[in-house]
Design a binder for this molecule. Structure first.
Ligand code: NAD
Length: 265
């Protein structure tokens, strides 16, 4: 009998999987036997190298679609591409995200618009296109990579916190709509993970607060996490694979904190 995280023959699509958490989750899905569609920005040659290496390492089909998560037509095309190329769409992981840190009165309007588009609206567009495919299949898993900032706020992150709270609201709404179709929709809400996004935030926070990067790490970033440790990729992957499995079928509309206790405070 297949073990609980055997995704052989299934297809998973991960937005923003050319870096950080998205890349780690794409690798975890491939490691569990799923065929994978990658997406994200970056140097085309480096992306092709990663795509081919992932396919060879895990013995699965791996495709790449370059949809820009600010463009609804490209997102719809990416979802259709996944089904056309790999025959199914079992798991959609909305992961692409960007950050900008600034006091609200100085927050650039273009950064607000970009963060709402990539961190929130892109999930609306991808889910809108994926649900008919999942309904026709009779099974599906939608996972939104939200954040502890879907549950609590921090200063200087108005757009990010608003987008992530919105993403959790979208998650709950979709969960109610798809519940009788053997489809689930959940949000994973991690605390800090040491990815390129966080590395650049450390520098931005230092500027906004007028302190050194070391002080931001100690007094801002890890101060929020009672464990005083970054969340690891494998820990998020464990939750994702559980949600993807049949054992996760009754988890629906949840905002699952994986934050070392941050949001317990
Ligand atoms: P990252 O910067 O390492 O990766 C972001 C990915 O999104 C990249 O692949 C990038 O190419 C892609 N992307 C950005 N703009 C895009 C666009 N317009 N179109 C297509 N792809 C685009 O960041 P990360 O830390 O791995 O973050 C991934 C997700 O996890 C984000 O949604 C982030 O908010 C969330 N998150 C991160 C942390 C953390 O501590 N790193 C914590 C909680 C939640």
């Amino acid at each position: 009998m297949a073990n609980s995280t055997d995704l052989k023959g299934q297809t998973g699509l991960v937005t923003g999987s050319t870096s950080g958490i998205g890349m780690a989750m794409a690798r975890a899905l491939a490691g569990a036997g799923a065929n994978v569609v990658l997406n994200g920005l970056g140097d085309p040659a480096a992306i092709e190298q990663e795509r081919a290496a992932m396919a060879a390492e895990f013995g699965v089909e791996v495709r790449y679609h370059p949809a820009d998560m600010t463009k609804s037509d490209q997102i719809a095309d990416m979802i259709a591409f996944a089904e056309r190329e790999l025959g199914r769409l079992d798991l959609l992981l909305n992961n692409a995200g960007v950050q900008h840190v600034a006091p609200i009165e100085d927050f650039p309007i273009e950064n607000w618009n970009q963060i709402i588009a990539i961190n929130l609206s892109s999930a609306f567009h991808s889910i809108r296109a994926a649900v008919p495919i999942m309904k026709a299949q009779g099974r599906g898993r939608i996972v939104n990579l939200a954040s502890a900032h879907a549950l609590v706020a921090s200063p200087f992150k108005s757009a990010y916190v608003a987008a992530k709270h919105g993403l959790y609201g979208l998650t709950k709404t979709v969960a109610l709509e798809v519940a009788t179709f053997n489809i689930t929709c959940n949000a994973i809400c991690p605390g800090y993970v040491k990815t390129p996004l966080v590395e650049s935030q450390i520098a931005d926070q230092a500027k906004a607060r007028g302190v050194t990067p070391d002080q931001v790490m100690r007094d801002v970033i890890l101060a929020a996490q009672p464990t005083k440790k970054f969340v690891e990729y494998d820990q998020i992957a464990g939750l994702l694979l559980y949600l993807a499995s049949d054992a996760g079928a009754s988890v629906n509309g949840a905002g699952l904190a994986i934050d070392g206790g941050w949001t317990a405070e």
